[in-house]
Design a protein around this ligand. Structure first.
Ligand code: AMP
Ligand code: MG
Length: 310
């Protein structure tokens, strides 16, 4: 757990946790109508499960797996949902100068993050995969809503953005069912709807991954999202060196230097994409990106122990 959630709990709370998208998901709703809250939470989980089935890279029948099999051969018509999220992913690639890139998929394969056989690939394998990686290999045509990969070996992986996207859709479902105060947490991608009971907002503490009893910082949020990307939950170690699951698309090497990046933004999708992007960009370039976007806040924990808050 990355976040410690605080708030008084006098109002009736309905809370449910499920496993989803390879992580845990917790939804809490505060409402005087318990039945309404239970059915809203069920509907929100149903929507996130649907999204998992579309975007999963572990399920070979998912739409994304189908795209990865076929879009390198010929253009392929896809759902509006996948088309739009691909388009927005490319937007995040552009603003991050290629640091955020869903075409990192071949690197995830060779570093063993998909089949979980983690190992250090040889330089030939990295060189080969480098040819397939790069968001400019994705051709989108809105006329027929099609995706084509300009390189046969290109594949896409929505791991850096799909959880945030799913959280936003769950939020929409809760709102449409009349829920006003809720916290949705999908593996550290959080949307804070309304406020905690008796409070003006939700106070979300970011845990120090080096010392779980300590907080790095707390953010007070209302109708905003927060997301953390880190090297301490999904990684492997060989000879004392840590290899994180976030890979620099330009070099093909897992990123180093940062322990975690937390981003506060208006949507969970934006917070998710930007926390991954800034993790790759590093302190200097990452802060420049953060400064160019008015509505976000950023907290960076460096491997040398420094904490940067912007
Ligand atoms: P997150 O935990 O949101 O930072 O996302 C990390 C996940 O995003 C990884 O497990 C990969 O599936 C994917 N990923 C890795 N490197 C990148 C990158 N440079 N750009 C976009 N997605 C990435
Ligand atoms: Mg992310």
């Amino acid at each position: 757990m990355v976040f410690i959630l605080t708030g008084c709990s006098q109002s009736p709370v309905v809370k449910e946790t499920r496993t989803l998208m390879d992580t845990f998901c917790e939804i809490s709703c505060y409402s005087n109508d318990k039945d309404k809250a239970i059915s809203a939470i069920n509907a929100a989980f149903k929507e996130m499960e649907r999204i998992e089935n579309v975007f999963s890279k572990f399920d070979e029948n998912s739409e994304v797996s189908r795209i990865n099999k076929l879009a390198g051969l010929d253009k392929l018509s896809v759902s509006k949902e996948v088309f739009n999220l691909t388009e927005r992913s490319i937007y995040y690639s552009r603003i991050s100068e290629g640091a955020f890139d869903i075409t990192v998929a071949p690197f995830m394969d060779i570093w063993g993050f998909v089949l979980r056989h983690n190992s250090i690939p040889d330089t030939d394998a990295i060189e080969k995969a480098l040819k397939y990686v790069g968001y400019k290999n994705i051709e989108l045509k809105s006329e027929d809503m099609s995706i084509k990969f300009l390189n046969k070996g290109t594949k896409i992986d929505f791991g850096g953005i799909a959880k945030g996207y799913a959280v936003d859709r769950a939020r929409d479902i809760l709102i449409s069912r009349g829920i006003k105060n809720s916290l949705i947490n999908l593996g550290g991608n959080i949307f804070a709807l309304g406020n905690a009971p008796g409070k003006k907002n939700w106070k979300i503490g970011v845990q120090d991954p080096r010392n779980k009893g300590k907080l790095l910082h707390s953010f007070e949020l209302t109708d905003r999202a927060i997301s953390t990307s880190g090297n301490y939950e999904r990684f492997f170690e060989i000879k004392g060196k840590r290899y994180s699951h976030i890979i620099n698309p330009i070099t093909g090497i897992p990123c180093q230097g940062i322990i975690s990046v937390t981003v506060v933004a208006d949507s969970a999708e934006e917070a998710d994409a930007l926390s991954t992007a800034i993790f790759v960009m590093g302190e200097e370039k990452g802060l420049n990106l953060a400064k160019s976007i008015k509505s976000i806040k950023v907290l960076i924990l460096k491997e040398d122990g420094r904490i940067i808050l912007y």
